[in-house]
Write a protein that binds this ligand. Structure first.
Ligand code: T1G
Length: 696
């Protein structure tokens, strides 16, 4: 008979064993009721007649996934997790923790406060706190070193790396791996404690051998690899305190934890954590997705090969069609190279790669071979007529119910659907290069796209371990439309006096891994050039236009692929002197006396342009919520995760201040700098973008 001590915790006594069961679906987050119930149960069993050992296990798919992230930033409610850990550590009878599934952060800390730890084979554990802008705050930085030493703890606590059961055993973090289910393992572990075959000890009674070299090495590594992150160095400071008395170390850890809790990086990183999940809450989420068992890909260029690679790595058989054998050979070589990279990254072994290439990939020059595919993804040249011809032919070939998707980066999906007799089965699946690595997938919903078709796009994304964001149809959807606008702002700054290198450096200092001009060189300047030519006929004549980028392309400088673009690449990237000459010439032609821009000017203007266009994307209904825009920029465009995304970042500036900025810039260029109506609405109502993030 189970005695409940809260909504999510209960205990029972089996012979001499007190069994505590945690049941807070879906992942046993350590919410207040779980902490309260666990504390009550441990205290009750610690003094119960005849109980000689206590075992704690989880009834959901995790022992304890960690503290309840939704509680961060709110006033803590007792008992705090550190208090629960102290109660377990101080138990009159030994407590054994039975860990399984994702047992992370506070979940691991609860287990460390027990006197013994066993795990099921599916255990994944570690200290991911720094990825959320905090540090372990319930004894992890103090108890882990007492079991595995300073160096191993520093590595886990400063990287957030997740480890599996066998590594946890070899480190000494857990005592052994046992077979489940969790309740059976709990009874077996308790029996071993009673039999003396599973040793118990109070973690807090152990001491930590000093290791100053490890502390210095960790601090130096962080200074080089992650100079802007606030939490990891705090984790080093907390771990350093573990060589002293436990109570002092716990106090030091808690103080550092609270400092991190107040940091803007914590709010941003937790926003990014939820952004990955909220975007799946789309209006079509209850529609039944279609079964996708085989996929056709049309086009074996960079994108087509990358998409085929992503599908193969997800276990989906692929038939890739190209125009001729030479193109197919190039596609095969590209896919093989991509898979070699996956082997090098440890994503699969050589035998797995060979099987994928030999059995799961079919190459053909005959589009008719795609007839049996459940989904066909077109990734041919970015030209509407070329794509319309492919869709027309695919519609005649593909089986009824097959979904036809375009990987187009900008073009109107409605115009592709219109040439088919299956408009309800057409959507955009916009992958980001390299398609087998970048996590973002824009699922572009056209006016006739059926809910099941959209739901299928999201299910496919999950299978590919990508983050799908729902986008409406407009030129560039969410990400490229915003990118195009803020790149115009950077081009204007270059025309007015900034250098491409200064713009790159300023935005890299803000946190972007690469500045926009370096990114353009990497992607290929000819792509933007083709797009500008496509839009030339519809460009607003009143809009200010910088010819610099076109002239660079006219010189044949397409970036890395041609050895030079904004930078030269015959060694370490250097500013291209030819570009500097073009910039000077165009300034002279326009009668511009170059003026100085500070890094702050560059960052403010670029971010403000990004936020303004994002507000228009939201106002036009192209993105469902501001957090969806954050997800696109975070997972597709390298927006720094510790800044949370442009909409989260905008809330830190405030709508009124952003309006003032835009109106200030508009004095120079009223056509480009216009205040979006949504921003005025937020300022008028005192709302933030976060206020608009309710479920779609
Ligand atoms: N708190 C609250 N909700 C959580 C949660 C958490 N820790 N973890 C998951 N969820 C929700 C998630 O939002 C989703 O909700 C549902 O559970 C399924 O998650 C004191 C302070 C556990 C590996 O960082 O890494 O402990 O969308 O879709 O892909 O030192 O969730 O269904 O409404 O991600 O199978 C440390 C974070 C916290 C773990 C499962 N712990 N979670 O992945 O499912 S800090 C973490 C994850 C801490 C201590 C400190 C993953 C997962 P909804 P999901 P999944």
């Amino acid at each position: 008979m189970i005695t409940a001590t809260s909504d999510s915790v209960g205990y029972e006594i089996v012979d001499q064993t007190g069994l505590i069961v945690l049941d807070n679906p879906p992942v046993n987050a350590a919410s207040h009721h779980l902490r309260h119930g666990l504390m009550q149960a441990a205290q009750a069993l610690s003094v119960a007649e005849g109980v000689a050992v206590i075992a704690v296990y989880g009834a959901t798919r995790a022992f304890i996934a960690g503290a309840d992230i939704r509680e961060f930033g709110q006033t803590p409610i007792d008992p705090t997790l550190p208090a629960v850990c102290l109660a377990i550590e101080g138990s009159r009878v030994p407590v054994v923790a039975v860990m399984h599934g994702p047992t992370l952060g506070g979940g691991l800390e609860v287990a460390l406060s027990a006197q013994a730890r066993v795990a099921l084979p599916d255990l994944v554990t570690g200290f991911p706190e720094v990825t959320l802008g905090i540090i372990p705050g319930a004894g992890g930085t103090q108890r882990a070193p007492r079991l595995i030493g300073l160096a191993a703890t520093l590595e886990l606590a400063t990287t957030g790396r997740r480890i599996e059961a066998c590594e946890a055993v070899s480190l000494g973090l857990i005592d052994r791996v046992m077979d489940g289910p969790p309740r059976d393992a709990a009874l077996a572990a308790a029996a071993e404690v009673l039999a003396g075959t599973l040793a118990t000890r109070r973690t807090g009674d152990l001491t930590v051998p000093p290791d100053p070299e490890a502390l210095t090495a960790a601090a130096d590594r962080l200074a080089k690899s992650q100079p802007r992150l606030f939490a990891p160095p705090r984790a080093v400071e907390a771990v350093a305190a573990s060589t002293g008395p436990l109570d002092k170390g716990l106090a030091r850890e808690r103080a550092l934890f609270n400092t991190c809790l107040k940091s803007p990086q914590r709010a941003a990183l937790i926003h990014a954590f939820f952004a990955e999940r909220v975007v799946a809450k789309i209006p079509e989420r209850d529609a039944t997705p279609r079964e996708i068992a085989s996929v056709g890909v049309v086009g074996g260029g960079t994108m087509g090969s990358g998409i085929a690679t992503a599908l193969l790595l997800a276990g989906l058989p692929v038939t890739l069609a190209e125009q001729n054998d030479a193109a197919l050979d190039r596609a095969f070589a590209a896919i093989s190279k991509n898979l070699d990279g996956a082997v090098a990254r440890g994503k699969l072994n050589a035998a797995g790669r060979d099987t994928l290439l030999a059995e799961d990939l079919v190459l053909t020059a005959d589009l008719a071979d795609l007839a049996a595919a459940d989904l066909v993804i077109e990734a041919v040249f970015e030209d509407l007529d070329v794509k319309r011809d492919i869709f027309r032919r695919l519609d005649a070939i593909a089986k009824p119910g097959a979904i036809l998707a375009s990987n187009t980066s900008y073009l109107d999906i409605n115009k592709l659907a219109a040439v088919t007799n299956r408009t309800q089965d057409v959507l955009g699946l916009h992958f980001f290069s390299p398609a087998h690595i970048m996590r973002l997938l824009e699922v572009v919903v056209a006016k006739d796209t059926a809910p099941e078709t959209t739901a299928t796009g999201f299910t496919l994304a999950k299978r590919l371990r990508k983050i799908a964001v729902r986008a409406g149809v407009c030129d560039g959807f969410i990400g490229n439309r915003i990118l195009s606008h803020y790149r115009t702002a950077t081009d204007h700054m270059v025309l007015d006096g900034a250098s491409p290198q200064q713009v790159d450096r300023a935005l890299e200092a803000f946190g972007f891994a690469m500045g926009p001009f370096a990114v353009a060189d990497l992607a290929g300047l000819d792509i933007g050039w083709a797009n500008r030519k496509r839009l030339a006929a519809t460009r607003d004549p009143a809009a200010r236009y910088s010819p610099i980028a076109d002239r660079i392309c006219e010189a044949g400088w397409f970036g890395r692929k041609t050895g030079q673009g904004y930078y030269t690449y015959d060694g370490a990237p250097e500013p291209n002197p030819g570009v500097a000459r073009i910039i000077d010439e165009e300034r002279a032609k326009a009668g511009i006396a170059p003026r100085r821009f500070t890094d702050a000017d560059i960052t403010d203007r670029t971010l403000t342009a990004m936020i303004a266009e994002a507000a228009r994307v939201l106002g036009d209904g192209i993105a469902l919520r501001p957090i969806d825009v954050d997800a696109v920029l975070l997972f597709g465009y390298g927006f720094p995760r510790f800044r949370g995304g442009p909409m989260h970042f905008a809330d830190g500036i405030g709508a009124a201040a952003l309006i003032d900025r835009i109106e200030g810039y508009a004095a120079e260029d009223p056509q480009f700098w216009q205040v979006p109506p949504l921003l005025r609405h937020l300022a008028a109502t005192g709302q933030t973008f976060a206020d608009l993030n309710g479920e779609a």
